[in-house]
Design a protein around this ligand. Structure first.
Ligand SMILES: *Cc1c(COP(=O)(O)O)cnc(C)c1O
Length: 454
């Protein structure tokens, strides 16, 4: 590599052959999911109506390396390996001695990291003879990724899309329909969960927790239908580890290793994807890395939530999982990073924070959009609103280096482009984006209703 390396590309045969499972290296195992009524740990069979057995096995596996099926790698080749960039122009703009690298997942068909898990999820469902998958989507990234993956394997996809995003992002819906999926604004009148919420609050903006209830309810009713989740679960985070594994090889080619790794967190999957391979190396005796999760101040599960057993959905159809949660009734204000509007956090990411293996920071959206605009001007790529939180977090680290004179190496995950999110940028330029704090009383009320687990 020359000294002025800008973009590090790997050949197709360097797509990882295995996903990395950090469960093999955790010093303390994760608390198990519990049955919502008995509060006993649930066995794999409890999840069988919703997920294929291969994914349930990955969910509980402690095997370090899990082989990626050839058919999945074959589809990964459409966009993987993704490029790693050295952000030289951003470094100059910030006048920092830090080296900044970013892994760019926006080159995938849907424009984010989500197809990394959508494809294997559709694959394993197809292997089990499933004809239809239901799911929820926030900003529409996950819905369009699963719609794409469904089209690859001839599976019908029904997407319940959080109403506020359905209205803000009509082109995401059009993309889902292009891939052949059906997209329904949530809450809808199609499900019992949706009808109940609408009866209470007909003008609700919706939430991921509500949309999950709708999708789970529909999947539970039919033999030929399963449910898929785009984040939060162990197997989803596992699939995303292709990101960090590739980045490790690319940084090695550049002769570098990160001091700091930064990602944005909604449910925790893109963050885990870039971070876990580095954290695993640290746990096995490798170099220590500072790991920084960046979340929105309006939906601050890691920094303001309680670490407790809670439901994954608002309708209370899911098992209880231990996670940093704002309470399953919490409906965040309608800010623009739709993918970060989830009340909980991946149990694995929550466990890592609890074990003090990672740090968490919350940012207001105005600062994040400003970081996104600065980044776009110098680096050219327009970040997804969610990804601007990681940009902000990385810039903050680079500015700390400027103040201290340290030349740290910073790696962050640019998990998606914002080409379908231009309304958010338009609103930002028009001064219409407010830094709405969440409603503290509503949060306290929501947290007071956490399930009581002994
Ligand atoms: C879905 C999404 C997120 C949030 O989900 P995570 O599981 O936390 O990664 C963040 N960024 C983009 C671009 C997304 O599509």
């Amino acid at each position: 590599m020359s000294d002025d390396t800008l973009k590090i590309q790997l050949p197709e045969d360097r797509i990882p052959s295995h996903w990395y499972n950090i469960a093999a290296d955790l010093p303390v195992p994760m608390p198990p999911p519990l049955h919502p009524a008995t509060h006993e740990p649930i066995g794999p069979d409890a999840l069988a109506p919703l997920f294929p057995m291969a994914l349930i096995q990955q969910e509980v596996s402690t095997e370090r390396d899990i082989e990626i099926p050839d058919q999945v790698r074959d589809i990964y080749r459409l966009w993987r390996p993704t490029p790693l960039y050295r952000a030289r122009r951003l470094e100059r703009f910030l006048d920092t001695p830090a080296k900044i690298y970013y892994k760019y997942e926006g080159v995938s068909p849907s424009g984010s990291h989500k197809p990394n898990t959508a494809v294997p999820q559709a694959y394993y469902n197809r292997q089990e003879g499933i004809r239809r998958i239901t799911t929820e989507t926030g900003a529409g990234q996950w819905g369009s990724s699963l719609a794409f993956a469904g089209a690859q394997f001839g599976i019908e996809v029904d997407v319940y899309m959080v109403r506020v995003s359905y209205e803000q992002k009509p082109y995401r819906r059009a993309l889902m329909e292009t891939y052949g999926a059906r997209c329904v604004p949530s809450p809808s009148t199609e499900t019992e969960a949706g009808r109940q919420i609408l009866a209470r609050d007909p003008n609700t903006s919706g939430s991921l927790g509500i949309a999950i209830s709708e999708a789970v309810e529909m999947a539970a009713q039919r033999e030929d239908t399963h449910y898929a989740l785009g984040s939060v679960l162990n197997h989803v985070l596992l699939h995303q580890t292709v990101i960090g594994q590739e980045a490790m090889v690319q940084l090695e080619m550049a002769g570098d290793y990160p001091d700091v790794v930064v990602g944005c967190t909604g449910g925790g999957s893109n963050f885990a994807g870039i971070v876990l391979p580095f954290l695993g190396a640290q746990l096995r005796g490798g170099p220590a890395v500072k790991i920084k999760a960046c979340e929105p101040a309006a939906c601050p599960s890691l920094t303001r939530g309680t670490y407790a057993y809670d439901f994954g959905d608002t309708g209370h159809l899911t098992p209880l999982v231990k996670m940093h949660t704002l309470g399953s009734e919490f409906v965040p204000p309608g800010f623009h990073s739709g993918g970060l509007r989830y009340h909980g956090m991946a149990p694995l990411v929550s466990h890592l924070l609890d074990q003090k293996l990672i740090e968490a920071h919350a940012y207001v959206q105005g600062l994040c959009f400003q970081a996104g605009v600065d980044f776009a001007k110098v680096e050219g790529i327009l970040p997804a609103p969610e990804a601007t939180h990681a940009v902000r977090g990385a810039i903050e680290e680079a500015l700390l280096c400027k103040a201290s004179g340290e030349a740290k190496t910073i790696l962050f995950n640019l998990c998606g482009h914002g080409h379908f999110d231009m309304q958010a940028y338009t609103d930002f330029f028009a001064g219409k984006l407010t830094d709405d704090a969440y409603d503290a009383d509503a949060l306290a009320a929501s947290l007071s209703h956490l399930p009581q687990v002994a």
